[in-house]
Structures are given as C-alpha cells and as structure tokens.
Design a protein around this ligand. Sequence first.
Ligand code: SF4
Length: 172
Amino acid sequence: MEAPKTYDNFPAWIAILSNLVSLSIYTLGAYILAGFGILFAILYLLYCLWLEVQILRKSCVDCYYYGKVCGLGKGKLCPLLFKQGDPKKFVEKEVTWAQILPDFMVFIIPLVGGIILLVRDFTWLLVALLIILGILAFGGTALIRGSFACKYCKQREIGCPAEQLFGGKEKL
Ligand code: SF4
C-alpha cells in the first residue's frame, strides 16, 4: 500500500518512537550530569520538562494537530493542559535560531558537563555515553523528523516556521 502524503492522525508507533528518542536523550543527559551529584540531574530534567511545556503552550495550542495524534504525540497531550489557540498564529509565527537555542541546550548542557567530568576523571564509559548522546540528539532526531514526523505532517503543508528556518529563510 502506498504511504500517505500526510497523516490526519499519525500512527501511534511514530509518536511512541519519537518520544522514545526524546526520553532517551533526557535520561542519558541526566545520567551524565549525575556525575556532579543527583541535584544536577534533577535540575536538568526539570529544564527538559519546562521546555516540553513551552512547546505545548506556545506552539501545539495553535497547531493543526491540536487534539489529534501528531508525529511527536503532543497534539493529543496539549488539550489536557491548554485551551486551543488560533491556527492562523502558527503560520504567522517567526522562529529564529536564537529562539531554538534552549532546545539545543538539552544536548549542550550534558555535553559540556561530560567534557568537564572527563577532564577530572577520564573513563571510556563516559566517552561512549557522550557519543551515544550525540548520535541520538542529531542523528536520531533528524531521522525521526525527516523520515517519520515532519515528512508526513499536515501542518508542514499548511505552513511551518521551523521548516522555513531549517530551509534557510531564518531571521535573527
Ligand atoms: S506537530 Fe509539532 S506543534 Fe503540532 S502538535 Fe505536534 S509537536 Fe506540537
């Protein structure tokens, strides 16, 4: 059977897979930062949670997938926490590299922490964990979005500021 051009509701396995990648990144990041003490790991996880809530609050409320299963699964979660916004706002939004810096910090914080820990006490285990984190954060995320989520996203067809940014039309 031919794959659809876009999904009105994504198959649940795509949402589960994309969340597994995100959760693996958060867990690995927290595990690495736990090298400084459990408090650092907890603060990092709270930061990840805050980021997820910001996405729901600022983007998902206005998204075509509000109330539906999107490729990242947040469309179903959003109505449990926030009222629906205005779909027109989603398209009109401007996303800049500066605005998505907090997303990159999910990788950068444990990377920097891991490097400091390596300088203090080198272990190959930590090197391996940092490599896996890098593969998940860049390769895993790119694979999920490029091959499963964004590829079949109806909101991308309607208009997606993030796609315009990654397409090279950013405003800083
Ligand atoms: S497609 Fe993106 S913005 Fe829309 S509901 Fe899913 S995660 Fe949120």
